[in-house]
Design a protein around this ligand. Structure first.
Ligand code: ATP
Ligand code: MG
Length: 242
């Protein structure tokens, strides 16, 4: 029993074992194993069509998949997307998925439905991170700028009090300065103890934030590297060739 404390500490926040996913006859994700430790910010890099989005969707069961997923050592393989969100596993999908005709406030409230009694408190912590959302509370989401929409998408996910936040290309289509600002907030969230799994095309930015990187190519993880071990981006570039 004395080993329990050690094993609990070493238990990953999330661990996937041999998860795979297919679209019809095409296996977009081959059996893949990966993990995210407590307090880690991990990035997934890889070329277009490599399977990055599919991996995240498989982890959150937005896509039918095979294999096993453990959250803090507990087998959550059979849980639905909704039940996984209740455990604290939340994904911000590419394209943001906001309700464009609803106000900023309404979008945030919907994000907080799992903890409805704490909506106001959660909203305050979102405004600490993104003060601009407070100023735009009554504005409809569809009329926000691209950067503000991404802030709202992240803010809405935070309303669900995630322990693990997955983000699929949060900087897509944003000007470099806005992209840096958005990605910088992920570091802040990580400092607050939220585990982060980030798919990002802007590799140099992602590598600055992340402690570890998985490189994915043709539906499978081809490399796992600690970012402080990457000497130059040439080390990574060779994985992009296929
Ligand atoms: N709904 C779908 N139906 C059929 N094939 C799909 C579907 N979604 C993805 N695919 C295919 O699965 C493969 C992996 O796609 P995925 O979206 O996971 O890649 P990605 O790494 O996220 O790419 P990108 O960088 O362009 O976002 C691709 O070959 C893609 O065409
Ligand atoms: Mg994608």
């Amino acid at each position: 029993m004395s080993g329990d404390a050690v094993s609990a500490k070493d238990t990953p926040l999330l661990e996937a074992r041999d998860i795979s996913a297919s679209y019809g006859h095409v296996q977009a994700l081959k059996p893949t194993s990966m993990h995210i430790s407590e307090g880690e910010l991990v990035t997934i890099l890889g070329p277009n069509g490599a399977g990055k989005t599919t991996l995240m969707r498989a982890l959150t069961r937005l896509t039918v998949r095979k294999g096993a997923v453990f959250f803090r050592g507990e087998d959550v393989s059979g849980l639905s997307t909704h039940k996984l969100a209740q455990r604290g596993i939340v994904m911000v999908q590419e394209g943001r998925g906001l309700f464009p005709l609803m106000s900023v406030r309404e979008n945030l409230v919907i994000g907080g439905y799992l903890h409805a009694g704490e909506s106001d408190k959660q909203m305050e912590s979102v405004f600490e991170l993104f003060p601009r959302l407070r100023e735009r509370l009554g504005q409809i989401a569809g009329s926000l700028s691209g950067g503000e929409q991404q802030m709202l998408a992240i803010g809405r996910a935070l309303m669900a009090k995630p322990k693990l936040l997955m983000l699929d290309e949060p900087s897509l289509g944003l000007a470099p300065r806005v992209a840096s600002e958005i990605l910088g907030t992920l570091s802040e969230l990580n400092r607050r103890g939220i585990g982060i799994l980030l798919v990002e095309q802007k590799a140099p930015l992602a590598l600055k934030l992340a402690q570890r990187v998985y490189v994915i190519s043709l539906g499978t993880i081809v490399a796992e590297l600690k970012t402080d071990e990457i000497k130059s981006h040439h080390d990574l570039a060779r994985y992009y060739l296929h």
